[in-house]
Design a protein around this ligand. Structure first.
Ligand code: 2BA
Length: 108
């Protein structure tokens, strides 16, 4: 058995959840926060058989899209020499996916 962990943008989470249910997969959605942007995102935990991993990753790929987000990097406080940082654009997503081996699984 494998555990697929997928960090996706909030905007894609509804579509991904619906698609997983449609394809008969069980999943848990966790509200999460990106370490870099410090913005909300959604982390899915999806437990599947080994031969289902490709189909689940395919489902994530088709449900999530990349978007550009503009961020202003952290400006040091109290430094008179500091120049105000200019906003930069970063590309977020489609999704960040981890596939882990599951040593033991019980469901009761
Ligand atoms: P965030 O950490 O908020 O990162 C959002 C986007 O900012 C990233 O998109 C990437 O384009 C950029 N970014 C992140 N760290 C950076 C850095 N040190 N320098 C420059 N740009 C940086 P994605 O790569 O698509 O990641 C989307 C979200 O997926 C991340 O949100 C984070 O929550 C998660 N993630 C990505 N890589 C991860 C990893 N190796 N481990 C755990 N979570 C990860």
């Amino acid at each position: 058995m494998r555990l697929v962990i997928a960090v996706v943008q909030d905007k894609d989470s509804g579509r991904l959840a619906a698609e997983l249910v449609k394809r008969g997969y069980r999943a848990t959605k966790l509200a999460s926060t990106g370490g870099f942007l410090k913005a909300g995102n959604t982390t899915f935990l999806i437990g599947v058989e080994n031969d289902q991993v490709d189909n689940v990753v395919d489902c994530i790929r088709h449900s999530c899209r990349a978007r550009e987000q503009v961020v202003t990097p952290f400006a040091p406080v109290g430094n008179v020499e500091a120049v105000m940082p200019a906003p930069i654009a970063v590309q977020v997503g489609g999704a960040t996916v981890f596939v882990l081996d599951v040593e033991h699984f019980e469901h009761f």
